[in-house]
Design a protein around this ligand. Structure first.
Ligand SMILES: [Cu+2]
Length: 451
């Protein structure tokens, strides 16, 4: 018999979250997106840094986390996978063997910036070739900041198959914790579907489109029987007063991204400024470093949309929406604002929340607003004094979210909606910055590249 968790209602869970924010270090995960709370910075005594080694095998196993037995994607037989416990400054080494009979895999280390190791970001098509069945791939990277993080699949719909887990990084020995708290609990919430990921992916990528629908359960740390479709997301934009890291007062470039749902050649897709992301066969990092200029479209996507004429409250016709593998080229060491602009979906009077996640960088959340972003008026409302720093932020229905980041990590990075089926349907952008500063790529990421 499967033990169920004592959560009875959304309100109770919400209350639990609010209390948790004050008293515990908490990591929350829902609809395949994540919050990071209390990620703090401390200098590490380098001499204490050590290697943290794991041998992992990804394979299918029958599991019944909510009393319904189905195939789950496991690591060493577990879903969620093993928790990585490390100290700031440690080098994490994960030897990952793909024992899935017919599927590729890639693992992303969510919230870890991969400074100097962009090839270990684990994004298939962006930073590495997929790990093929029977192959073993080694991820090696430094955890440079204490905090609670998540790892998860970054291939197809494998998160919803159960491929995820915790990374818990503590402060170095002898360094005091920055917060006083009574308990330290980490929580991953995950939507759980009874249909297989194959069934879901086929429905999403057919002309006879089928949305994945509501999950059958919400799993809490991989267990439970809980169905709650509405959970409030943090609208906080103020940092803890002891941990204010001020953003640059102005940006060098503003990119406005209109989020729309479209039909492209009869297929349901999501687009940003009428471009729906399709990853190329050769991962961008490899294509750029090796100068394979025919690997993807070299014309950059637009920095904005037709702000004056586009009606965000009507069903889009978007006759110009196309699939694209073009990327943004961003000057290194600059400051960039991204304005996420929400709009109506293909259903009248309907707009959805999208949790946007950035790889390789954290960003400051400068503000939120309803309706269409006004570039003359809305920047005056930005919080430039003590904005919160995050790597994932919600975009609310019919609203906008403004964020700012320093482009200070050489590599190629994806910025995408963390609802897994939305990314699958093209809801993301890829940007390159300072790729010429990236060191020699390991050949292990190049399995899919022509020789
Ligand atoms: Cu989304």
């Amino acid at each position: 018999m499967v033990e169920t968790l004592p959560f009875r209602s959304c309100m109770f869970l919400l209350a639990f979250f609010l209390i948790s924010l004050i008293t515990v270090r908490l990591y929350a995960y829902k609809y395949a997106y994540a919050y990071t709370f209390a990620t703090f910075k401390y200098k590490s005594p380098d001499s204490a840094a050590k290697n943290n080694f794991s041998q992992w095998e990804v394979k299918y196993a029958y599991k019944s986390p909510d009393c319904f037995k189905k195939l789950a994607m496991t690591i060493n037989g577990e879903s969620p996978g093993p928790t990585i416990y490390a100290q700031q400054g440690d080098t994490i080494v994960v030897n990952l063997t793909n024992s899935l009979p017919t599927e590729n895999v890639a693992l992303h280390w969510h919230g870890i910036r991969q400074i100097g190791t962009p090839w270990s970001d684990g994004t298939e098509g962006v930073t590495q070739c997929p790990i093929m069945p029977g192959d073993t791939f080694t991820y090696k990277f430094v955890v440079d900041r204490a905090g609670t993080y998540l790892y998860h699949a970054h291939y197809g719909l494998q998160i919803s198959a159960g491929l995820y887990g915790f990374i818990i990084v503590s402060v170095p020995d002898g360094v005091p914790e920055p917060f006083v708290y009574d308990h330290d609990r980490s929580i991953i919430l995950n939507d759980w579907y009874h249909a297989s990921t194959y069934e879901q992916a086929t429905g999403l990528s057919s002309i006879d489109y089928r949305w994945v629908g509501e999950p059958q359960s919400l799993l809490i740390n991989g267990r439970g029987r809980f169905n709650c479709s509405e959970l409030a997301q943090s609208r906080a934009i103020k940092a803890h007063h002891d941990f204010v890291d001020k953003p640059p007062p102005r940006s060098d470039r503003v990119i406005v991204l209109l989020n729309t749902q479209n039909l492209i050649d009869g297929y349901h897709r999501w687009s940003l400024n009428n471009r729906s992301l399709v990853l190329p066969h050769t991962p961008y990092l490899i294509a750029l470093k090796e100068n394979f200029i025919d690997a993807f479209d070299q014309n950059p996507p637009p920095d904005s949309y037709d702000i004056h004429n586009y009606d965000i409250f009507s069903v889009p016709d978007n006759v110009n929406a196309t699939s694209s593998n073009a990327i943004y080229r961003i000057s290194f060491n600059t400051t960039v604002d991204i304005i996420l602009q929400n709009a109506n979906t293909m259903i009248p009077n309907h707009s959805e929340t999208h949790p946007w996640h950035m790889h390789g960088h954290d960003f400051w959340v400068l503000g939120y607003g309803m309706n269409k972003f006004d570039k003359e008026k809305d920047p005056a409302t930005y919080n430039l004094d003590d904005p919160i720093m995050k790597n994932t932020v919600p975009l609310y229905p019919y609203g906008w979210t403004a964020l700012r980041f320093r482009v200070d990590n050489p590599g190629v990075w994806i910025f995408h909606c963390h609802i897994e089926p939305h990314l699958f349907m093209g809801m993301g952008i890829v940007f390159e910055a300072g790729v010429e500063m990236v060191g020699t790529l390991p050949t292990s990421i190049m399995g899919c590249v022509r020789s």
